[in-house]
Design a protein. Structure first.
Lengths: 260, 260, 260, 260
């Protein structure tokens, strides 16, 4: 008989979580929640010296790693270091937006090709590199009590669902990530690796200077009309804890008042 | 600050759950899990005298209701009775397949029109009736700590995602249910009601005579290659517990070895 | 070698086209174009005495048939009459919107169940009935020079692609029609019958009192911001003329300025 | 009144078509059909000295251009040369598959990162470069009689619709192309430029040594179970000729016997 309910509360004691892409939003929320649930947690970022990451180290014992995830050799080294310092990962989150700032709201006729290329590399190609290395390690894992050898989660955006005007580069990158995730899911799920694609169809809340969270768009009076990264992290943990008899591949998260 | 983790373990003490459609699979698993988490639970079925439902009453205090959910007056009466006996529902699950047996694997040229019509009525029209009545009541609820006035979940099937050959009637019914769910989600989410569509892309496990669950397709050696209804119920409860800043509308569940 | 270009201009001399649903928009445009290309054309409507249909009879020799397409016996009789009067159809267009007027822009909580039911019956169930009878006859046809025994086209709406708020009944009906079309396509295409689903993501132009066409939404200055039914008909004819090595199943048509 | 039927037969006398990617399949079929319909036609390829392209020059006056379409400067030069030699294009087809041979059927764990990167660059990035330059020129065109300033068509594959296992790189590239096409369509259609994405869900037929076409998969007896590029070209020309009141964005083409 299945022992229900227990699954979500049991600390994930032997789990090693790696979050690639580090900032004060989803990555920090994931790091805290995963650490609180008993996992060893690492966060990789191009610049791991951000205050947000130092805080996570202090308060939650999160390990910081340096990595440009769009460089094959750097990703190889990252996984070597993670295995050495924390162990073989059972949960890997790719949480990189990848947009070069100059590419935002650029008409297709005005977009700078080198920025389009960088966006593709930062986002989609790094997702491939991280997903590939995670899969190579996870397939050697022993299945846990839910039958899972490991979980690979790709944070994605509404641009994965719909190509918006004046956003061609991001539409390419997010669609590419979805295509990769879907191919990996079809290939790896029968090998015991859970692959999930999570487009966040929303602006994402942030941590304010006083440490409280902001989830309100400027000019509105509704407090929770942006996606709260703490709850995004909660969904990620639930995905990781799903039994392999009922895996979800794609979960779109959006605030109650979002137009879609 | 958000108090994470607590949400999934706290008993849903003031919640009233109504499951429409009653059998030994998803409905029974939902009833048990919802009751275990502190809800008052009702199950409605055309024939509420099935042994499975009597057992739920005995072991989990689940209330049984009689209802042909494709009849407007019967659905009105059901909700009146539920409100009177249990209270205003905060979680309603529509869990009706609706296929008339004679419609299975029928070529389009051979399908009996009256059976096609019955399938549409049993499945899609009943989903409308149940969803409408649930919405009318829920919009008067006070939001809970997650900002939710109520959750309406439609169990759906892979035929909602893909129209299979020799299955036109079911393709119509499941697609119709998806269309309804999507329209309701866009309309009701900004009113605080969480609407979710959950296509199960799998055969669903069942309870065997000895009380244990069967999750293996005939002729295979893999134990969990069918969807375990206990875990489907777990996903439903998580959907109900999601904070309104990050609601999922559609979650497709499939076993790890499923082809898709 | 393929003799390209000829296909679209050669009159479809031996073709019999049946258009189910009759009005001054898509049906009339189809009837004119099909007749002009050499087909024998019939139009079926609940009320075939509309002036628009009388005109088609006079100017294009279009045959009028009486039929409530949501009644199995009526659809049987329609096809009998068409075969008797025109021959076995090679092109059937289901062009019924099916919305009961009272269902427009109704909140889910306010929609009248009997009107929801009627909408499902008028639209989705009639699509099944018409599709089924068409398939039964067409599978006995000899393939034409493009390898096609017959073409069945379902006119659909943007509600097939997206469930809009306050439009639950139409979302159900249009999604159901898509599900049916997809199931039929997977089943019948390998039998030589081309099934197509054509959601028109637009308001559709109409014929004005002076006989000219109107394609401009009130309050705008753009002349062609609504879908021109003459061009919709052109796409239908192209679908019918496609070689079976490259059939399109779904074609969404929208005006250049449509938001989507 | 619209003068129907004429549109498809009138030679596109003032049109300039550029096909990027050159081979004996879709590109050659497009070049022949476009030239036959009165257009000035150019084909760009990395190696424009292939016999297939020399033949097109001889028989249909097709102009050959050298271009590595994944290089921004090379694409700039291509469009300069086309404008100088043929005129401003009104129809541009991006017809590059882009897969590096070594990437076929590679498990995600085995795929060579540099080949994945090359595939992304060859396919998706070149689509951006070609689409951008085409859009810049076309927006200055005068609308033709159908209201169209120009048409940009992206040939795509079933990997755009579904991420297949052991095909992650191609899934990324094709999904990226779809995302780009969708973003461009939403942005450029209101400016009078028709953007279309055409996934061919099939193996594509080829020209045999004796000049006849082969459309049969090895081991089958059905003659037309592969997509005939001559008919794909026909659909492209129809897309180019659509009136802007009823543009199709995405058309999936598949042979009648294809499984999907």
């Amino acid at each position: 008989m299945t022992d229900l309910g227990a699954s979500d509360t049991e600390p994930s004691k032997n789990d090693v979580a790696l979050i690639v892409g580090g900032g004060p939003g989803i990555s920090a929320s994931c790091a805290r929640l995963f650490a609180n649930s008993g996992m060893f947690v690492g966060v990789a970022a191009r610049n791991p010296d951000k205050p947000a990451l130092h805080n996570l180290e202090k308060t939650h014992g999160v390990r910081r790693f340096t990595c440009d995830a769009s460089e094959p050799a750097a990703v190889d080294l990252l996984f070597e270091n993670v295995v050495r310092d924390l162990g073989v990962p059972t949960l890997v989150v790719h949480n990189i937006d990848g947009r070069v700032p100059g590419i935002y709201r650029k008409a297709i006729t005005e977009a700078d090709p080198s920025m389009v290329f960088e966006t593709l590399r930062n986002s989609a190609f790094s997702a491939f590199l991280v997903g590939q290395r995670a899969a190579r390690l996870m397939r050697e894992n022993k299945p846990n009590s839910k039958g899972t050898k490991g979980t690979i989660i790709f944070t994605n955006a509404s641009a994965a669902l719909k190509g918006f005007p004046s956003s061609g580069a991001f539409a390419m990158a997010c669609h590419a990530k979805s295509g990769l995730a879907q191919s990996m899911a079809r290939e790896l799920m029968p090998q015991g690796i859970h692959v999930a694609n999570v487009p966040i169809d929303a602006a994402i809340g942030w941590t304010q200077e006083d440490g409280t969270r902001g989830h309100r768009r400027a000019g509105t009076t509704i407090d929770d009309n942006m996606a709260d990264p703490d709850y995004i992290a909660e969904t990620y943990l639930q995905l990781h804890h799903q039994h392999r008899s009922t895996w979800a591949f794609e979960v779109v998260l959006r605030p109650w008042v979002e137009k879609w």
